[in-house]
Ligand binder design. Structure first.
Ligand code: DX5
Ligand code: ZN
Length: 223
């Protein structure tokens, strides 16, 4: 599949989010990545259910919800979900991963499992029929502006190979965390399809947003 950009909205200027959505649409960003943190699964707090509803009202770009919350199966009903939205829940955040993934699909959205850097891909072994995407964390979740953990590149390759073996090669793999221009090239070579673009790529001070997105796409699709 062609590489997709998922713009990490927590890295945007939240005071100007309305006009920023128009920029995201003009640039053809395929997803808006919405980081939801509960202060328990990860130490930080970020965005929430009200913003998700307002984003749906304001843009047709599908939402890529990244739930960094404990027991996400108990929280899904609070979120408005549309069919093109994808919801990632962390393998480490629930005792009932298959049930939680099924619940996302029952709610009409696409289901994805997210893996922390230390989590092996074998925890997905019996879930190949339950996944519409896999999110590989290339930093520990919780904060923007961290450095990529190099061993996660090999994990992107492993998970892509595993999906192919199961006849699910069409399922996209998303890389999230320090997806800089330089790292995006490595992540794409490793097998990533969707790139969470944050502070290290498209949200950089002093560069017009649309120029950053254009340059990022060129990196993802060299001649
Ligand atoms: C980290 C978040 C990331 C973050 C990426 O917990 O999941 O989505 O927005 O930001 P950068 O690009 O700064 O790593
Ligand atoms: Zn994220």
């Amino acid at each position: 599949m062609k590489p997709c950009i998922s713009a990490s909205i927590m890295c945007a200027d939240l005071m100007n989010i309305g006009s920023h959505l128009k920029e995201l649409e003009r640039c053809g960003c395929e997803y808006i990545h919405v980081d939801i943190m509960d202060g328990i699964f990860v130490p930080n707090y970020t965005l929430g259910t009200d913003l998700v509803r307002r984003l749906h009202q304001a843009t047709r770009i599908p939402l890529d919800l990244h739930l960094m919350v404990e027991a996400p199966e108990d929280k899904l009903d609070y979120f408005e979900l549309f069919p093109e939205d994808v919801v990632s829940i962390h393998v480490e955040s629930t005792r009932h991963l298959q049930k939680a993934l099924s619940k996302i699909r029952q709610r009409g959205a696409k289901a994805s499992a997210a893996l922390n850097p230390a989590t092996p891909i074998c925890c997905l072994d019996y879930l190949y029929d339950d996944l519409d995407m896999v999110l590989i964390m290339t930093v520990n979740p919780g904060f923007a502006g961290q450095k990529m953990i190099p061993s996660t590149l090999g994990k992107i390759t492993q998970v892509k190979e595993w999906l192919k073996q199961k006849g699910k090669g069409h399922i996209p793999v998303e890389a999230d965390g320090n997806v800089s221009f330089e790292n995006a090239v490595k992540m794409e070579r490793a097998g990533a399809d969707i790139f969470v673009a944050g502070t290290s790529s498209i949200y950089r001070q002093g560069i017009p947003f649309e120029d950053s997105v254009k340059a990022f796409r060129e990196v993802l699709r060299p001649n």
